[in-house]
Design a binder for this molecule. Sequence first.
Ligand SMILES: O=C(O)C(=O)C[C@]1(C(=O)O)C=C[C@@H](O)C=C1
Length: 99
Amino acid sequence: MTAEDPTTTLLRLRATIDNIDAALIFMLAERFRATQQVGVLKAEHAMPASDPKREEQQVARLKQLAEDAHLDPEFAEKWFNFVVAEVIRHHTETAEERG
Ligand SMILES: O=C(O)C(=O)C[C@]1(C(=O)O)C=C[C@@H](O)C=C1
């Protein structure tokens, strides 16, 4: 069996990366669609934008999942905190608009 040409290998791997990046964008869009509704619910019922206890549970769960998947748990936590900071920013804006 002949080895694959390095350029072909690179292109093949990049095609996989592109598919995964596209899936991540769709997943993130769905997540933000859900959190947008949470933001409206919270604003309408005068609930606080953030819920640190819930975040603690999410981080613990995601770090365990990351470990199981051989992904750096610290990276998983950083990713989560980055996304949640944006969600809280949206919630705060929604509360200001509706409050
Ligand atoms: O579950 C909530 O209460 C949300 O507002 C969603 C969410 C999240 O993005 O997962 C965001 C902010 C909260 O601090 C906790 C979780």
